[in-house]
Design a protein. Structure first.
Length: 288
């Protein structure tokens, strides 16, 4: 992770928008927000997908060089995580002159992410100048310093690292699987009971799958383990500087953060074809 220049930490006034909470730049806003160059604005309360398609939260149908789904914006504490969804073009993030580039998504998912936790950043691309596509992402007031994740993978440390042989990892992988298969999938991740079943089925722990329905004690024990692994993942995301301590990290936000940091990638799905990995996971869950 890279600390941006001090100038990036200064919050710029929020442009006049149709949202009442953002119309007066003298008032502190309490949620991160995204504002288009034409004045349209949205609070970032959930995952937003932005692009050319009219079904997007903010649509730019006249910008033919923009992908149908180009950018995902996800709340994180008082700021937001930005990831490029397009496989054909990248995006440019400018935080008061500190410029970062979000490269096009790779076959195994987004190639990098940007975390804005204070101030504002402008997102443009694939064309600049007179393009109707230009966004200002503004973090909520009283947030900590701006940080970015290096999309080239050259950062000296990773904000979140998961070991693939652990049950925590397979829990995270199954939590993210729907988005790994389709980066534009807006469906929420599975709830804990469904996630528990998916983890056991994926690791060939079939006797435990059967026990979920017939034995209340087994069901409570296994879903409790999944809760524990999700709690541990939340702790790692906070320790990695991706969310403020005490911030509400929903399952959807966790998915976006895990994908943006590269802790979980599409290439990890190949593990489901790795017999040795499956046997090791199966042994762990049978002993759960």
């Amino acid at each position: 992770m890279t600390q941006l220049d001090e100038s990036a930490d200064r919050a710029r006034p929020v442009p006049t928008t149709p949202l009442e909470v953002h119309t007066d730049h003298r008032r502190a806003h309490v949620h991160p927000c995204v504002t288009a160059i034409d004045g349209r604005a949205l609070e970032i309360n959930d995952r937003l997908v932005i692009g050319r398609d009219e079904t997007c939260a903010l649509s730019f149908p006249t910008e033919t060089r923009l992908s149908r789904r180009a950018l995902a914006v996800v709340p994180s504490g008082g700021g937001a995580v930005l990831t490029c969804l397009s496989r054909t073009h990248g995006l440019v993030v400018d935080a008061d002159g500190a410029v970062s580039r979000l490269p096009p998504a790779a076959d195994d998912g987004p190639a990098g992410g940007y975390v804005l936790t204070r101030g504002s950043a402008t997102v443009t691309g694939p064309s600049r100048g007179a393009s109707p596509f230009s966004l200002t992402i503004t973090a909520a007031a009283a947030a900590p310093a701006v940080v970015t994740m290096d999309p080239t993978g050259t950062a000296t440390s990773e904000p979140v690292r998961l070991r693939t042989h652990t049950k925590e990892f397979v829990t995270a992988l199954l939590l993210c699987r729907h988005r790994l298969l389709d980066a534009t999938n807006l469906a929420p991740p599975p709830e804990v009971p469904e996630l528990t079943r998916a983890v056991l089925a994926a690791t060939n722990s079939w006797h435990l799958v059967a026990a979920l329905d017939r034995d209340e004690a087994t069901r409570k024990r296994l879903t409790g383990r999944i809760h524990e692994h999700l709690k541990a993942l939340r702790v790692k995301l906070v320790r990695g500087g991706l969310a403020e301590r005490g911030a509400r990290l929903t399952a959807s936000v966790m998915v976006d953060l895990l994908l943006a940091t590269g802790a979980i990638t599409r290439s990890h799905l190949r593990l489901f074809d790795d017999e040795a990995w499956l046997r090791a996971q199966e042994a762990q869950w049978w002993d759960a």
